[in-house]
Design a protein around this ligand. Sequence first.
Ligand code: FE2
Ligand code: FE2
Length: 242
Amino acid sequence: MTITNQQSGTNIHEVADGIYRINTPVVIEGAGGFTFNQYLIMDEEPLLFHTGPRKMFPLVRDAVARVLGAQSLRYVAFSHVEADECGSLNEWLAAGPQAVPLCGSIAALVSINDLADRAPRALADGESVPLGVRSVRWLDAPHLPHAWECGFLIEERTHTLLCGDLFTQGGADLPPVTESDILESSEAFRGAMDYFSHTTQARALLEKLASTSPTTLACMHGSAWRGDGAGLLRALADRLAA
Ligand SMILES: [Fe+2]
Ligand SMILES: [Fe+2]
């Protein structure tokens, strides 16, 4: 793990082959420690999954630059429209002339065609995007855990599911990647702050994600996780139904 900003504690760590987690710990008043993660997928056409909040842009930009070097970012992707997902989208577009927003078709239709300074590439459910030796595939997941436009990306070479807010763990002092259970800590977080929409489609959507057989779950908040991702997603479906 490399610290890229001493003051904020922003750090970067390779959680799967060529996939880097950029992490910034914070303290939220009244809620305690928390973390914001972004994931950089390195390839001929590098992709960043979620930008981080707009005010964190310099921290994330500097961390990304450590790995990118002279290469420029091609895709700025995100799950849904919130500050931590795409708050600095336009800053990234301004910094990278090759960079294009990458999101689901609902996000493009409802928000990003208007909000973004460069037209997005809008993805249909199941659509694949080649990055070079790798590809990512978009999976619509409306309202799971929240937002109509929500969806996720699976990186098919390393079986890394960029799972956004699913399995959000509180705390600011967590390892970059863990093989220990994260369901209980994420369920404890949900118990305190239930950010799920409770869509009736949750089980079917989690089953769709499970069908990609992920072995790394790239969580936006907390540790990334390594293990039987399908099993963990199904366990979450059971907990949501309980
Ligand atoms: Fe969210
Ligand atoms: Fe989030």
